[in-house]
Ligand binder design. Structure first.
Ligand SMILES: *Cc1c(COP(=O)(O)O)cnc(C)c1O
Length: 396
């Protein structure tokens, strides 16, 4: 009998990851250049190059690199004038980072439900909050319940698909609110043919390992306003005044991206169009396979949207079926993931106000994200689909 090393994966149980990085280009070359030249830290040519590449890609005037996407959001909200005891309207169905950044500034999130079609911030619920939940008092828009000043809207383009931005921008402008887009999951996606991130006053991206492209960890603030960009650079570099001497007029942060990370970013940017094309083709194949499958609602793309399908996600009929499929696939080495607990029910943001919320709660129960790495092979994709079809034929 041949005894196999138990650590050696067999073809049948080789794990398939949910969403892993794809390092297929000049990453080694550019990182080696940093090591060879000694430009490894927070100054260097790759940082500038990466900022220009991102700004060019999303049609923004300026881009400022940051240590991660959360830091980008933190600073972007500060640029928008959010401060202690202010309020910001935030999507409730999202990864928690944007709501946390509101709190870092001493401000409070007001959560806005998702719409049921594309799972993004519901402009109607935002209107409910601003039109009926607030009024002008003392030259500011104030929340009727809390009396606090409402300063900004923070729509989150989740899973690679845009929010319906025109009504959001329109109502924000009506009430003189700043708009900061959390486009961390949706680099390259478009709303009515406009690139996400530069539709509002500022936009943020993340280059964490599971995003469409990665620098290991990293982020970016983009804006059309050169003054905002200059201030973003200032705040993210310890708010040091120009010149040789160390003089500071306010409290800043060390939120810089290193040249090594930016070098990876430049290499990843060279491949981004290909990555997005692959994400879209993975989604197309899933959607075709789920046609006529009574158990599974595939992920949609609005007629006004061009999604990058960053994280391909489906809806199951109930929480029991979502858990059942999750466990079925896990037992077969296939990684899947539920969506985030809606933030209005999260203990971390206990006591926050919410407009709607039931749609996000239902989506949270029913949603499951499926393997969609850029490097997913056709064979692995077929294996995932075969296992899902096998599950569909069982009694759930
Ligand atoms: C990933 C992510 C962030 C922040 O990303 P980090 O780079 O990990 O700090 C913010 N918002 C959303 C919705 C995200 O998915």
């Amino acid at each position: 009998m041949i005894v196999k090393d138990s650590a050696e994966p067999t073809a049948a149980v080789r794990p398939i990851a949910l969403c892993e990085p794809h390092l297929g280009g000049n990453e080694w070359l550019y990182v080696k250049e940093c090591l060879d030249t000694g430009w490894v830290s927070s100054v260097g040519s790759f940082v500038d190059r990466f900022e220009h590449m991102i700004a060019g890609f999303v049609d923004a005037e300026r881009a400022v690199a940051t240590v991660n996407g959360t830091a980008a959001l933190h600073v972007a909200l500060q640029l928008a004038g959010v401060g202690r005891d202010d309020e910001v309207a935030v999507s409730t169905l999202t990864f928690i980072a944007p709501a946390n950044t509101v709190r870092y500034l001493g401000a409070h999130p007001v959560f806005i439900d998702a719409e049921p079609e594309y799972w993004q911030m519901d402009p109607q619920r935002l209107a409910d909050f601003l039109d009926t939940g607030c009024r002008w008092r003392g030259g500011a828009l104030r929340n009727n319940v809390t009396g606090r000043r409402v300063v900004a809207v923070l729509p989150v383009h989740v899973l690679g698909h845009p929010c319906d931005m025109d009504p959001i921008l329109e109502i924000a402008s009506k009430y003189e609110l700043k708009v900061v887009e959390d486009a961390t999951e949706s680099l390259g996606a478009r709303y009515r043919n406009r690139m996400l991130g530069q539709l509002g006053d500022a936009g943020c991206f993340s280059f964490n390992g599971n995003k469409v492209m990665t620098t290991g960890g990293g982020g970016m603030i983009i804006t059309r306003d050169p003054a905002w960009a200059a201030r973003a650079k200032y705040l993210t570099t310890q708010a040091k005044d120009p010149g040789a001497e160390y003089v500071h007029r306010e409290v800043g942060y060390n939120f810089r991206l290193t040249n090594i990370q930016a070098a990876m970013g430049c290499a990843q940017m060279e491949q981004l169009d290909r990555f997005i094309a692959r994400k879209r083709s993975i989604a197309t194949k899933y959607n075709a396979a789920f046609q006529g499958n009574g158990h599974i609602v595939p992920m949609r793309e609005a007629e006004w949207a061009w999604s990058i399908f960053w994280m391909y996600t489906v809806l199951l009929p109930s929480v029991a079926e979502r858990r059942s499929l999750h466990h079925w696939l896990a037992a077969r080495g296939i990684e899947t993931r539920p969506l985030w607990q809606p933030l209005h029910v999260s203990q971390a943001h206990q006591g926050s106000q919410v407009f709607g919320g039931g749609v996000a709660e239902r989506l949270y129960e029913r949603a499951l994200s499926l393997p969609c790495s850029v490097g997913l092979t056709d064979d692995d994709h077929d294996r995932v689909l075969n296992e899902i079809h096998a599950w569909s034929r069982t009694d759930i």
